[in-house]
Design a protein around this ligand. Sequence first.
Ligand SMILES: [Zn+2]
Length: 273
Amino acid sequence: MTAQTPPPTKKEFCIAYPLYKEFTFAEEHDQEGWNVFFSQEPIDTYCPECNAHSIFHQHNNGNTPHYIDAWAGSRRYSVLLRCSRNSAHHLFFLFDIEGRTVQKIGQYPSLADLNTYDVRQYSTVLSREDFKEFTKAIGLAAHGVGVGSFVYLRRIFENLVDAAYQVAKSDSGWDDEAYCKGRMAERIQLLGGHLPEFLVENRSMYKILSQGVHELTENECLAAFPVVKMGIELVLDEKLAAAAKQQKLEEAKKAIHGLVSKAGAEVRSGTSR
Ligand SMILES: [Zn+2]
């Protein structure tokens, strides 16, 4: 970790940072280091007990050091965040400090519990197996596991591309040979109109999916993770929107049908003028 890397905020270090991943705060970042352990700044994040986003505040136990570099040295700090809806809802983090190097060595609830909330909406548009693997991938990536999390994501991405292919191949003029021979970026291009536009425009980002897992390092996989995850979410967002539209159409049909049959009944019984 170089000194040029911007230091994580309190929220990033608590909620998104993997356990045991070290960060060394440069001397000019004393304040940022102090903030991680003592800042009272509100944190907006998911509360597993409310099962919704909430605002959390740090509960300080009274011994807040005034010097901004007082946290450095050889010590451990715990951070207790309290949900503003219910002060019995806690997020707990334990940090170990050696010199100016900080790592999170414990937390409750787990990283996976805090980070999979935003994808729960997709459980209705993914198969059970794919949804399970999606949350597993996010949990693994949160713990810094690159290749393992990437393998799960790649499979889900390929399943979604294949679902689009099953529809596209009945299009007139479909070139099945080009598709079968193509690598991932070419396949995405051929599926234009059946996949989100953003994905098609940025298909070169998905070249990495044609590489063998054995060719990739942990860090390459971790770096590609958000890109592939975003691609999956874009496809799923369109599926969610289509499902919501379909539901609304059906409700409208029912409402219109109800109105029509009610009007018919009134005409028959002579109540309508
Ligand atoms: Zn809560």
